[in-house]
Design a protein around this ligand. Structure first.
Ligand SMILES: Cc1ncc(COP(=O)(O)O)c(C=O)c1O
Length: 455
């Protein structure tokens, strides 16, 4: 029987294959868009891969390269404009190989002081973008969902320390808040109190104050504002909401999972006024800060309550938790973790923050030029003026089925991945630009195709 852990000639061959593939993939410009297949198609194409004897490295890798990868959409394709795309830099993607190869446990200072030091420098950059004070700190978690949950768990823990347990704990958020807030509330068994939005769809201090005035008990413990509402790309009134939350003694959480990256662009900084009031803030480097999955930066104004809420205690962990070290595990709902902030740190260290600013400004200007194209054509109508890099618009005369049919054809032909969304019950087209390789010509080609001009 072959030995599981051994480095021999066949490992050398596999290393050559894997590294050559990784390099080729990183060099591809553009990468293939690819498309999903059905379970039955994949069963037939791939067959059984987990066997008693093993397939061997070459065969297993062939199956990945020939069957699995083409059935897996490339989120960094410049015409992948659905959901929130991703566009990791070449340096982040390459460095992710190193994180995997280095067997680092990123949970404690004792085990990974170097890695945690580097991650903390990247978190400090994020904290500076948000204007958070010197003592701010946090951890990289798997995504915005985990970041929002961990922040709200901290907020409730702090509230529970100095209050009688209320009949129901409550978090206040607008209908535009990301679905992960509702999910966090379900996990925590707390209620979400909806704050009505203004005519631009923003949570404001005025409406928040009105809702707080009529709350019957003291179960409210946090306000969530969104800096870049996923569907429309707008930023809540952070200044107003933050002020009201602070005056009411409530934790103020800012979800910048998608939009927080635009803090890098000075011309857009005014939209985020008040973000510096946040008790906790998240932004996903795997979205618009050009890192690999899975990476959300979660930063607390004061990390102490987060540590109190999240540190796990067990006798086998005392050697770590009895020390006064900075342990990333202590700041979120997790224990073991990969040092997932390192590809982001490496990319920042390689390129410098000016390059980040430039790349984000590029995506913003492409999105706004796309809005101009939409305005110029009679066939289209903007649903709302873009604030950041999300374009939402109608193709006049189209039904929901027309959007779906066009979108399916575009993906099947490898042309683009653009899914419709809904706003106020109406089916609309939504394009989210976070990839600096997406050009105005790409957007023009998409509009041409939606107009029926053959591409
Ligand atoms: C505003 C916002 N918050 C949270 C999330 C959830 O992030 P993740 O998918 O990384 O869990 C998203 C995802 O798009 C988002 O846009």
């Amino acid at each position: 029987m072959a030995c599981l852990h051994s480095y021999d000639e066949s490992t050398d061959d596999l290393a050559d294959e894997v590294v050559a593939y990784a390099l080729e993939r990183v060099r591809m410009d553009p990468p293939p868009l690819d498309a999903p297949k059905t379970p039955a198609e994949l069963d037939e194409l791939i067959g059984t891969t987990i066997t008693a004897e093993g397939l061997g490295g070459h065969e297993a890798f062939r199956i990945f390269a020939e069957q699995i990868a083409p059935a897996t959409i490339s989120v960094d394709h410049p015409r992948y404009l659905s959901f929130v795309p991703a566009a990791p830099t070449e340096s982040a993607a390459l460095f992710d190989l190193i994180v995997g190869a280095s067997s680092m446990y990123g949970g404690s200072w004792m085990e990974a002081s170097g890695a945690v030091h580097a991650e903390n420098e990247a978190l400090r950059w994020v904290a500076d973008l948000a204007g958070l004070p010197e003592g701010a700190g946090g951890v990289f978690v798997s995504g915005g969902t985990a970041g929002n949950l961990s922040a709200l768990v901290t907020a409730r823990h702090r509230a529970a320390e100095d209050r009688e347990r209320p009949p129901r704990w409550k978090v206040l958020a607008s209908a535009g808040a990301h679905s992960s807030i509702d999910h966090a509330a379900r996990v925590m068994d707390v209620d979400v109190v909806r704050v009505p939005v203004d005519d631009r769809g923003r949570l404001t201090g005025t409406e928040l104050a009105k809702v707080l005035e009529v709350q019957p008990d003291d179960g409210c413990f946090a306000v969530v504002a969104t800096a870049g509402v996923t569907n429309l790309g707008i930023v809540d009134d952070l200044e107003g909401a933050g002020k009201v939350a602070q005056e009411a003694g409530l934790w103020f959480h800012v979800d910048g999972a998608y939009g927080g990256a635009a803090l890098c662009a000075p011309a857009y900084r005014h939209l985020f006024a008040g973000v510096e009031r946040a008790d906790s803030f998240i932004v996903d480097p795997h979205k618009w800060l050009f890192s690999t999955f899975d990476c959300c930066a979660l930063v607390y104004r004061d990390p102490a309550p987060a540590r109190a809420a999240h540190t796990q205690h067990a006798s086998y962990l005392d050697a770590i938790t009895d020390l006064d070290d900075w342990n990333p595990s202590d700041y979120a709902v997790h224990l073991s973790r990969r040092a997932r902030g390192l590809p982001f740190w490496f990319s920042l260290a390689v390129h410098g923050t000016d390059a980040y600013r430039h790349a984000i400004e590029t995506t913003l200007s492409v999105a706004h030029a796309g809005a101009d194209l939409i305005r110029e054509r009679d066939t289209f109508e903007l649903v709302t003026e873009p604030e950041l890099s999300v374009l939402v618009f109608r193709r006049l005369g189209w039904t929901a089925d027309d959007y779906d049919a066009w979108s399916n054809r575009a993906l099947e032909s490898g042309f683009a991945f653009c899914l419709p969304s809904k706003h106020a019950g109406e089916t609309i087209m939504r394009l989210c630009v976070v990839n600096p390789k997406t050009t105005v010509d790409d957007l023009r080609a998409i509009l041409d195709s939606m107009e029926g001009v053959p591409g």
